[in-house]
Design a protein. Structure first.
Length: 205
């Protein structure tokens, strides 16, 4: 019986894939790429090792898929929050809050996300090109918010593309401080502090 255009087999495959990807993110976060094994991921997912290979040909493929799925979920959440915010001030706060709230719920994933996107930002040789489009997509989204704020007089004039990337990296650094050293603290205070810091710097006087 089809469900929203999907067969029962499609639904089962999607569910099993999600289970494996979630397990992979946990294991990669705990052990790093080199220390992680398909055996450990299979145990975490509660499936046989052979089952993992039915869905993914290699550890690298599984790593990239687990990263990409996690980042896409983050981006969808950020975009949804931005759509509900009215003013530029509200959108900038939503951008910060959505990312903090997502990673507060997915702390293990943040560890591998932070490493991978640090490679991208720094132009490191081991950066994965598969994630460049995701980085640019979020930076572009933020750039549009800033450009709109400048046009409406809600922000003072500045270089929107460059500032968007600085803003993006500032949020990432603040997240690292909160997630890696916050010991489970609530994200409310760092969200407020970071937003006030940014808004007082770029908001129209």
């Amino acid at each position: 019986m089809a469900l929203a255009g999907k067969t029962k087999k499609d639904v089962l495959l999607e569910f099993r894939t999600t289970e494996i990807l979630e397990a992979a993110r946990t294991v990669f976060a705990e052990r790093g790429f080199n220390g992680a094994t398909i055996d450990a991921i299979a145990v975490e997912a509660g499936v046989a090792k052979g089952t993992v290979y039915l869905y993914f040909d290699s550890k690298r493929e599984l790593f990239l898929a687990s990263m990409r799925e996690g980042v896409l979920a983050l981006h969808a959440e950020v975009a949804a929050q931005l759509r509900t915010a009215g003013s530029c001030e509200g959108k900038l706060h939503a951008f910060i809050a959505a990312r903090f709230n997502y990673f507060s719920r997915n702390r293990a994933f943040f560890r591998i996300y932070y490493t991978e996107f640090s490679h991208l930002v720094c132009g490191a040789a081991n950066a994965q090109p598969e994630f460049q489009d995701l980085y640019e997509e979020q930076a572009k989204l933020l750039e549009e918010v800033l450009a709109e704020g400048i046009a409406m007089g809600q922000l003072r004039p500045f270089d929107a593309p460059r500032t968007a990337r600085i803003f993006y990296d500032l949020v990432r650094a603040a997240l690292a401080q909160h997630i890696l050293h916050g010991a489970g603290d609530s994200p409310d205070e760092p969200i407020r502090t970071l937003f006030e810091f940014v808004w007082k710097g770029i908001g129209a006087k």
